[in-house]
Write a protein that binds this ligand. Structure first.
Ligand SMILES: *Cc1c(COP(=O)(O)O)cnc(C)c1O
Length: 432
């Protein structure tokens, strides 16, 4: 089993998450069911905050990338743990504001914000908007002008770094939909535009090199490119950036073979490199923002399913069909993401089989994994998929009109729902 201190097996041979019997939780709330270890989420939030406080200039801060898992309760935890918050849409922004998250601690992202998104953000008083390019700067300037305010913005730039991760989540190289490229000179030109607009205040720059980054190297490279860029901007315009947002992308271990990433160590290494670089240019070290999403919530999540049937094709795969699938977790269908699974009611038994985990949708690509080790499964077993806290609930859909599962939070040995199960009435809720 994946080594995580919050995952144990009790005397009945059942998987326990945060000390609570997962089979009992499946019975209590039904399946599919997302479990979220609240103690672990809060500890992860604290870890980023304390590593940044220890190594980076005052005012530096982690912003929770809420796209990883967005619901009101998560926003409340982020607020209580002292994080800022990233929203990528009016929907994420609305969720955070509805949870009482302070607008001034929110940054609105997105590569194609609409005028409505921008108006909602400016009206709400969000602290920062990360502008994705020149047209967006003009749009933000116009909206802020209409409202008689000056909006603080970051300019999103692409440093041209390949972090060697999945192409689908690789946003650092320049041929991507995000940001203004530095290597082509466009970033400098657009910076000059930003500085000339009267209704925006350029607070600094944003970049994000990718996802599932296991060691500090891509972040160090990012620190090199960004320090050189900031120094270049100062030479050409005299502008000194008070804020530098280096994005998210901290890896988590999904399988036993994955190394356990040391995010505090990565932040310490990054801070060292930033100090060196900015000292070399004799440039005042900006306040740093980091935007962990997956690193906060992924490992705290476990999804429980009930096995519906098991089908062996002689000489071929063994299909274990579940009461969920791509509707609650599209990551395997989207980018072949790997997971660890186990039978929660016989978690102490050896994993002697190799199986394909099949979802319930009318779609042969609706799988959660292939050739996965598992205990011999039977209909009625509770099956647990580990490390599902990030990009599962937030990417869930109602394909085949399947209702989305609830989320039960686990804290100090107690469980409670923080998102209820969708009903069939919810499914037709928007139908006229
Ligand atoms: C996706 C994203 C993040 C979070 O990425 P993780 O891999 O979940 O840490 C942070 N910032 C931006 C701009 C993103 O697009």
């Amino acid at each position: 089993m994946l080594k995580q201190p919050n995952l144990t097996v009790n005397n009945a041979g059942h998987l326990c998450v945060g000390g609570i019997d997962a089979v009992a939780l499946a019975e209590k709330y039904g399946t599919p069911l997302y479990l979220l270890d609240e103690d672990m989420v809060r500890a992860r939030m604290g870890l980023y905050a304390s590593a940044m406080a220890a190594h980076l200039p005052a005012g530096s801060r982690p912003y929770y990338a809420s796209k990883a898992l967005c619901c009101k309760e998560l926003c409340r935890w982020a607020k209580e743990e002292g994080m800022g918050l990233d929203a990528v849409s009016s929907g994420e922004l609305y969720t955070a504001l509805a949870a009482g998250f302070p607008a001034e601690d929110i940054c609105l992202h997105g590569n194609a914000k609409t005028v409505e998104d921008i108006r909602y953000a400016v009206e709400s008083g969000v602290g920062l908007i990360a502008a994705d390019g020149e047209e967006e700067l003009y749009r933000i300037d116009a909206v802020a002008g209409e409202m008689g305010v000056r909006q603080r913005v970051l300019l999103r730039v692409t440093p041209g770094i390949d972090p060697h991760t999945f192409a689908a989540v690789n946003t650092g190289v320049i041929d991507v939909k995000f940001g203004v490229p530095i290597p082509t000179g466009q970033a400098l030109a657009v910076t000059k535009t930003a500085l000339a607009l009267s209704n925006i205040i350029l607070e600094g720059f944003h970049c994000h090199v990718g996802s599932q980054i296991f060691d500090a190297d891509p972040f160090l490279l990012e620190a090199d490119v960004m320090a050189a860029f900031l120094s270049d901007v100062r030479r050409q315009t005299g502008y000194i950036a008070p804020v530098l947002d280096l994005g998210g992308g901290f890896a988590v271990a999904y399988a036993e073979a994955d190394a356990a990433p040391d995010c505090a160590g990565m932040i310490a290494a990054l801070a060292g490199r930033l100090r060196e670089n900015f000292a070399q240019y004799d440039y005042p070290l900006p306040r740093i923002i980091l935007e962990p999403g997956r690193g906060i919530v992924a490992a705290a999540g476990v999804t429980l399913y009930t096995v519906q049937n098991v089908k062996s094709v002689p000489g071929r795969a063994c299909y274990v069909a579940l009461d969920g699938g791509m509707t609650d977790d599209p990551r395997y269908a989207l980018y072949g993401a790997r997971y660890t699974a186990l039978i929660a009611d016989r978690a102490d038994e050896p994993q002697t089989e190799r199986v394909t985990l099949a979802g319930r949708c009318c779609e042969s690509g609706d799988l959660l994994g292939e050739d996965m080790p598992l205990q011999a499964a039977r209909a009625g077993d509770v099956l647990a998929v580990l490390v599902t806290g990030a990009y599962n609930y937030s990417m869930a859909s109602n394909y085949n009109r399947v209702p989305r599962p609830p989320i039960a939070a686990l804290r100090g040995g107690e469980d409670r729902l923080i998102v209820r199960r969708e009903t069939l009435a919810d499914i037709v809720g928007c139908d006229l």
